[in-house]
Design a protein around this ligand. Structure first.
Ligand code: PLP
Length: 232
């Protein structure tokens, strides 16, 4: 095995072990938890190595980086997750490769994604991103706006309401933060019972996310290593 492949294999085994232990503590089946490898800042060759190691879900947060990477991996059966703040003028591009958009936080974006999905002849699963500290400056809707966004997503042709997503604010205990997400998750399921996705948990807080019932974990650093200083 080449060095990078070996490194990724070891990291993946470690992350899978952490998920298994967290599931055991929570009395959950690890099969309920999808691991999304967040490959932002890392090359398409790393996506390919992760794929060979069995990873099928890849997350990216910037369209300018994700679009060429998805194209370079077109021959692979990958589910691409768009997890970053999304401008409406990038919706058309994202709709061409992403299957799941985790960061839907405003009505204008819903209509833009709907039009983009229609033009790309694809269906996009969309999650309502919730701001857990009530400060939407970094993206995410306040909890009070979640029901209206869920209704709009459910009504938009080409989009499927999938569930909720959140990032634990640095200022909060992750367990406390993720527990707040459960109210929004219930509000979304009230609109569409099948919208059961809870996307929560990153490298540092995946255990807390599994404990509160997360179905999707977005893991970058623990799998791929520490990113360069310029990109979050
Ligand atoms: C970068 C990123 C992650 C992964 O974070 P790590 O701490 O590297 O695991 C997860 N979610 C979002 C939205 C991100 O931008």
């Amino acid at each position: 095995m080449a060095r990078r492949e070996e490194e990724l294999a070891l990291n993946l085994a470690d992350v899978r072990q952490r998920i298994a232990a967290a599931c055991a503590s929570a009395g959950r089946d690890p099969g309920e938890v999808t691991l999304i490898a967040v490959t932002k800042t890392w090359p398409a060759s790393d996506v390919r190595l992760l794929y060979e190691l069995g990873v099928r879900d890849i997350g990216e947060n910037r369209d300018a980086e994700a679009a060429p990477k998805a194209e370079a991996c077109e021959d692979l059966d990958i589910t691409w997750h768009f997890i970053g703040q999304l401008q409406t003028n990038k919706a058309a591009s994202v709709a061409r490769y992403a299957s799941v958009v985790h960061s839907v936080d405003r009505l204008r974006l819903i209509s833009a994604l709907g039009r983009a999905a229609h033009r790309a002849e694809r269906t996009l699963r969309c999650l309502v991103e919730v701001s857990l500290d009530g400060d939407p400056a970094r993206g995410g809707a306040v909890a009070a706006d979640v029901p209206a966004l869920a209704e709009a997503l459910a009504d938009e042709p080409g989009l499927v309401l999938g569930g909720v997503m959140a990032i634990a604010p640095l200022s909060m205990d992750p367990m406390e933060a993720f527990t707040k997400l459960l109210d929004s998750a219930a509000a979304v399921r009230a609109v569409r019972p099948a919208a059961t996705i809870i996307s929560a948990g990153m490298s540092a807080d995946l255990e807390a996310a599994v404990a509160i019932g997360a179905t999707h974990l977005r893991i970058g650093t623990a799998l791929l290593g520490v990113r360069g200083p310029l990109v979050r």
